[in-house]
Design a protein around this ligand. Structure first.
Ligand code: NDP
Ligand code: F7E
Length: 314
């Protein structure tokens, strides 16, 4: 089901890490009628405004990459917003898309939807089989509701909407704010600052032993287009690389890319989160998709991007 390159495609959250990568990918692929709005122009928590936006633009394809997103401490400390904002954004986007009968929609969730102690690698069938990780349970519940809304619309209205669950992501336009960011951009900035200031130690949050899987966002964007053209199933589908590293190993990779040679310590008073989160990507692999960017190359290219965009003060 090849998408028409002249279709009206709305990328919700088109300035974010994921949305901007999807936008670049679609432009490169020759899509001519991309639609985007910043949160200032259209607050997707505002139901009436969202309905009006869809009535005006009548998108034929929607990629929902708009969300309140953050790392482990932001999720732990702001569960109210992570639940409420995300529920409102996704319900409004999907209700509005349904109101204009948008034929194709991709909802993006996150690997945190799976139980904290899910069998590894995590199959899609692990959903709702165990307790969630408490540092991000509110966010996860919102995302699980999104999967259900896609399934409900498919069942009741017959629209071929889909959802996908990416693993931890990184890339250009990531959030480098030290309190709200994910681990990879946080450590890149912290190693960079430590090198600039000749600091002799960078202290990781937690024990450094949790394992995470990291996918470059350009690979995710490629997978999003691939799924829109090749996937039509109510079950959500995992998107990842199929291998993981410890946080300490990640830190060493980033330190090398940055050129930081000091010590790397740990702070067990900070949360580790889920001990391991490696997605089983065999369903996506069987469809014929695989990632192309390995972690070392990806980190080096994002550091080059960071140096170009941070102007030394990011
Ligand atoms: N980052 C990661 O590691 C992972 C992300 N994901 C998923 O990918 C999706 C995108 O995440 P990511 O790109 O990292 O997040 P970002 O924070 O980089 O981008 C989020 C985007 O959402 C938009 N947005 C947020 N709130 C609103 C609102 N109220 N109204 C309109 N737009 C809003 C922002 O718009 P603006 O810039 O205009 O304010 C921003 O462009 C999310 O669904 C997330 O769950 C999944 C797995 C891992
Ligand atoms: C994508 C995913 O992202 C979040 O889950 P997470 O994977 O636990 O997130 P994280 O990237 O923030 O941390 C990964 C690990 O790294 C350790 N860590 C070390 N040092 C720093 C550090 O400096 N910053 C951060 N943020 N973490 C650090 C940290 O203690 C943890 O052990 C959820 O939002 C969840 O909802 C979600 O979907």
């Amino acid at each position: 089901m090849r998408l028409d390159r002249n279709a009206r495609v709305y990328v919700a959250g088109h300035r974010g890490l994921v949305g901007s990568a999807v936008w670049r990918r679609l432009e490169a692929e020759g899509f001519t009628r991309l639609i985007g709005a910043t949160s200032r122009e259209l607050d997707l928590r505002d139901r009436d405004a969202t309905m009006a936006f869809f009535a005006e633009h009548r998108p034929e394809v929607v990629i929902d990459a708009a969300a309140k997103v953050g790392g482990i401490l932001a999720n732990r400390d702001h569960p109210t917003e992570f639940l409420s904002d995300n529920l409102r954004i996704q319900v409004n986007v999907m209700d509005a898309a349904l109101s204009v009968r948008t034929p194709r929609l991709l909802f993006l969730g996150s690997s945190c939807i799976y139980p904290k102690y899910a069998e590894q690698p995590i199959r899609e069938s692990s959903l709702l089989t165990g307790e969630l990780e408490p540092t991000n349970d509110a966010y996860a519940i919102a995302k699980i509701a999104g999967i259900m809304q896609v399934q409900a619309v498919r069942r009741q209205y017959g629209l071929p909407w889909i959802s996908a669950m990416p693993t931890n992501l990184y890339g250009p336009n990531d959030n480098f704010d030290l309190t709200s960011s994910h681990v990879l951009p946080a450590l890149m900035r912290r190693f960079h600052d430590a090198k600039q200031r000749n600091l002799d130690e960078v202290v990781l949050w937690g024990t450094g032993t949790p394992r995470r899987e990291f996918l470059h966002v350009d690979d995710l964007a490629d997978a999003c287009l691939f799924l829109l053209e090749h996937y039509d199933d109510p079950q959500t589908i995992n998107v990842g690389v199929g291998t993981d590293v410890t946080i300490r190993e990640l830190a060493e990779t980033i330190a090398k890319a940055v050129g930081y040679t000091g010590a790397i310590g740990t702070d067990p008073s900070k949360p580790d989160g889920t001990p391991r989160k490696l997605l089983d990507v065999s369903r996506l692999g069987a469809l014929g998709w695989k990632p192309g960017i390995d972690l070392e190359d990806g980190v080096a290219s994002v550091y080059a991007w960071y140096l170009e965009h941070s102007r030394g003060d990011a």
